[in-house]
Each structure stands twice: as C-alpha cells, then as structure tokens.
Design a protein around this ligand. Structure first.
Ligand code: GAL
Length: 406
C-alpha cells in the first residue's frame, strides 16, 4: 500500500505548504535557494517555508531537529547526512518512511552509484535522497601566498610538520587555521586517514582496529603536533572565518570540506586555481573522504505529497545540476552535466571516480550521531592536555557505547 502511495503521488498542480529544514543559511544558502526557486517554478501554488538553523556541520540544527522529532512536529523534509547519522538515529527509532518505492519509480537505484545507495540503505529500506557528494579531505591555500613563502603543499603529515616549522620561522604564527570543534574533528579524521590509510580508517568503524591500538594512539600524537601549528582562537571561528584566513594570508592552509569551494566561488567570487588553490590533505592523495547531504521523509510529515515532490526534485538531474555548481559539491547522480561545473568541481568529479572512497565520521557517514556529538568533548580534552592514550581509551569506550563494530 505504502509503496503504491509513494509511487503515485506526483502532481504539478499540488497546492499547499512545504517546510524543509536544514542548516544552510546565510553564506551557505545560495545553492539551496536555487533549488527552492526551481521547486516554486514547478509548483507555484505551494508556499515553501525554508526553515534553517545556522551553524556549520549542523551542530545546532541537529539539536533543534531532535526536539521537533521527539515532540511529534517534524518538518516535512529535513537535511541529514547520508549514512549512519540518519540511520543510526531516526531510522532505528522508526521515525522515517522507507523511500524504496520512490527510488524504484524514479529510477534512482541505477541513477546513483551502488555504493551511495548502499550507504543510505539498511534493514531492507532506503532512507534518504542524496543531493550531492562532498569531499572533506581537502587542503585549501592561497597560491600567491604559498609562492611568496616558498612552500608547497605537504604530501604527508610528517612533511606538514616540517613545513609548519618553516612557516613559523617566516613569521606565520598559525600555519594551519582551524575553527570551532567540528572542524577539529574533521582535521582529526584526516590525520587518521592520512596516517592509518583507507583500510585502517575503515577498520576503525568496523571494529577490526581498536582506538587503543598503538597505531591509533600514535596518530593521536601526530594530531596533537598538527594542532600545535594552529591558531589559538579556534573555538570562536566559524568555518567561513577560518577559510577567510587563508585568503587574506594569515594562515597558509585550511583543511575543509569542499563547501569551501562553494564559499570561495559563489560568495567570494574567487577564481579556482588563482584566487584559491587546493590539494588532497596530507597522506590522502588517492583517497576521497566522502559525505553526502540528503533529505528524508519523516513519518507524520504534515505536507507529505509536497515533500515527496521536493525529494523528486532533489534526486533529479536538473535539481542536482542546479544545486551543486553553487555548493562546491558534485552531483551524487552518475549522469551529471559537468560542463555546468567549475575546474575545482571537475577535478573532484575525476577524483571521485579514481580514488579509494571512505566515509567521513565528522559528517555522519560512518558513525552514528551518538558517537560524533560526544566525540567533540574528547577532542576538546585532548587538545587541552595532549594525552594520546587517554583520548584513545575514551574513544574506544564511546565506540563501544555507540555500538560501533557490533
Ligand atoms: C557539512 C555539510 C555541508 C556543509 C558543511 C558546513 O556537514 O554536509 O553541506 O553545510 O557541513 O556547514
């Protein structure tokens, strides 16, 4: 019954309301705004409430969403990272509708890469519609500044530490800029991937490699040294403010997901290659740390038919090629029109095809929200005290509690 209902709801004349919920406000807004505009063109009689709670990586939005979901007033459709963030939180709690029939009727099981479909599937269901693929293991820099300092992008984390010393000697107090807690988690995961390799990283999340393993403890120590190369005011900086410091030459590098490319091109109007440069984070050249933003359909959505039309637009070629060129991400679909994308995104699309793909913890692909949100405190404590063994033991405890590797 439900399958039939999902497949048949689609009408260009749908009237009513639609509330979508995300953390894409302000500087993060233009790509979503373009998608909303397209929706309004297709469904002119629907009033769209584009509800946002600002804050990078959705740290604030996820808390508000929790209150609404538990209070029985879910938005019609909400942003969630493809993978464990949604599955380990709202799917296991039986709060989401299975979108399998929509995937079938829209031809999406073939339109998206099999690995992406696998990421959003569990218990025989498919739980959200991915609108993009972001890469989170990218080092951003200002080409003119690197030239002036006479440094190149380091290829490994030990090499980064040497470059850091060289830059400090040239008066660059914080060679690497970081921002608030989640950006430090993202840095941590890239030090891990760059040190343990793709297999080591995957083994952490399957439970084969313990956080207390000497290799992981050693990578924590490297992360501590990397943090010694960063700014002292990190906790007060948004990711955009951190990105600004690379462009204005305060710092040499920023490790950030490629929403930074969207910010540099769409908001700052900088040209890829000259206004900003990029490279894979140290030690991760042939690896693509991925995450995907997706939207799901909560049970009890008030405007279900409008929400399904929203999901259809998100998953369509037109929707993805409208959203992603502005966002810095690439389409999750396989048939995207690359001529619509800039040189950064074209290079990301090539790397997506030719790299080892692993999932991001900081952005919900490989770990449930219960791990990621609590891991922030471990990072804070580690950065303050640099106790690698203590942080590794606390991480393992948290992983056990979150059911990782079970
Ligand atoms: C990520 C999200 C991106 C971007 C970024 C910064 O978690 O997947 O689309 O919004 O946070 O807020």
């Amino acid at each position: 019954m439900l399958a039939l209902a999902l497949a048949t709801v689609s009408s260009a004349s749908a009237a009513g309301k639609l509330e979508i919920f995300s953390w894409w406000s302000g500087d993060e807004g233009p790509a979503l705004d373009a998608l909303v505009k397209l929706y309004k063109q297709k469904y002119p009689s629907v009033t769209v409430d584009n509800a946002t709670v600002s804050g990078g990586a959705g740290t604030n939005a996820k808390a508000v969403l929790k209150t609404r979901m538990l209070g029985g007033t879910p938005p019609d459709s909400f942003q969630a990272h493809a993978g464990q963030e949604l599955i380990g939180t709202w799917v296991v709690a039986n709060r989401m509708e299975d979108l399998s029939s929509l995937f079938k009727s829209e031809g999406w099981t073939k339109a998206f890469p099999a690995d992406v479909v696998k990421l959003i599937s569990s218990k025989g269901g498919i739980w959200s519609v991915p609108v993009n693929v972001h890469r989170s293991n990218v080092f951003w820099y200002n080409p003119a500044k690197l030239k002036a300092w006479g440094v190149t992008v380091p290829k490994t984390w030990p090499e980064f530490l040497t470059t850091c010393t060289a830059l400090k000697a040239k008066g660059v107090a914080a060679p690497l800029v970081v921002g608030e807690n989640w950006t430090q988690q993202q840095l941590w995961e890239n030090v891990m991937v760059g040190t343990l390799g793709a297999d080591g990283w995957n083994n952490l999340w399957s439970g084969k490699l313990k956080f207390t393993d000497p290799k992981v403890v050693g990578a924590f120590t490297t992360f501590g040294k990397v943090m010694d190369c960063t700014n002292k005011d990190a906790s007060g900086l948004s990711w955009q403010q951190a990105s600004d410091r690379v462009i204005d030459g305060t710092s040499a590098f920023n490790l950030m997901g490629d929403w930074a490319a969207g910010y540099f091109t769409t908001t700052k109007k900088l040209a890829p290659g000259t206004g900003f440069g990029w490279a894979a984070a140290p030690g991760t050249t042939k690896v693509f740390v991925m995450l995907a933003d997706s939207f799901g359909l909560p049970k009890g959505a008030k405007d279900r038919a409008e929400a399904i039309n929203w999901l259809k637009l998100l998953g369509s070629k037109q929707g993805q090629d409208t959203f992603n060129p502005l966002k810095g991400s690439i389409a999750a679909r396989l048939d995207s029109d690359l001529s619509k994308y800039n040189t950064y995104s074209k290079s990301a699309a090539t790397d997506w095809k030719n790299s080892r793909i692993v999932g991001s913890m900081a952005h919900g692909a490989v770990a449930p929200e219960s791990f990621t949100s609590a891991f922030g405190a471990i990072i804070d404590q580690f950065v303050a005290g640099k106790d690698s063994k203590g942080a590794a033991a606390a991480s393992q405890q948290l992983a056990d509690k979150a059911g990782i590797g079970k």
